[in-house]
Ligand binder design. Structure first.
Ligand code: SF4
Length: 171
């Protein structure tokens, strides 16, 4: 396992950003997607802080160091499931949350270097695993006694927007 020093010494890995001249001609996302190898390397930048300020800053208290430990070990499914433990839509939150004010704004690596790209990694692992058809619904009972995601009602399939209004959004 990498030491904190070794983790800190890894430079930030961000996917390529589309040039503005190209972006005006397509609807693709501004940033290209990570490759699995890049994502693993970026996750290894996480110092696995014991009192993870990123997690405290996250309104959902996503277990960010837990997910990045797994991702850094190459366990993409485990990382995706870790995010899904506390979020129904990590692929959306990873894109639209104001990370610079929340998790990434609190990342200790960001004091002197670029913070760990928490949002991009969160969105990437869930996209990547879903695209490959892997089941992300853990059958293990929730340690807090909450209903498992597997048994949760399927949001959006039976819900009527006219009777219930829009779903509350939490990032
Ligand atoms: S604050 Fe940054 S380095 Fe620490 S656990 Fe969170 S993402 Fe990792």
């Amino acid at each position: 396992m990498l030491s904190r020093r070794e983790r800190y010494d890894i430079d930030v890995n961000k996917p390529e950003k589309q040039e503005a001249e190209d972006r005006v001609h397509n609807w693709n996302e501004v940033y290209e997607s990570y490759t699995p190898e890049m994502a693993v390397l970026e996750a290894q930048r996480c110092l696995l802080c014991e009192h993870a300020p990123c997690m405290q800053a996250c309104p959902l208290h996503n277990d960010i160091p837990g997910a990045f430990f797994l991702l850094g070990e190459g366990d993409l499914v485990g990382a995706a499931e870790m995010f899904l433990e506390t979020s129904n839509m990590p692929d959306v939150c990873g894109r639209i949350c104001p990370q610079e004010k929340l998790c990434e704004g609190s990342c200790v690596v960001g004091a002197r270097k670029s913070p760990v790209t928490i949002g991009k990694l969160e969105a990437f692992v869930v996209d990547h695993v879903r695209a490959r058809g892997a089941s992300l619904l853990s059958s293990a009972p929730d340690p807090r006694g909450l209903p498992s995601r597997k048994n949760s009602p399927s949001v959006g399939t039976t819900r009527s927007s006219t009777t219930h209004g829009p779903l509350p959004a939490a990032c």
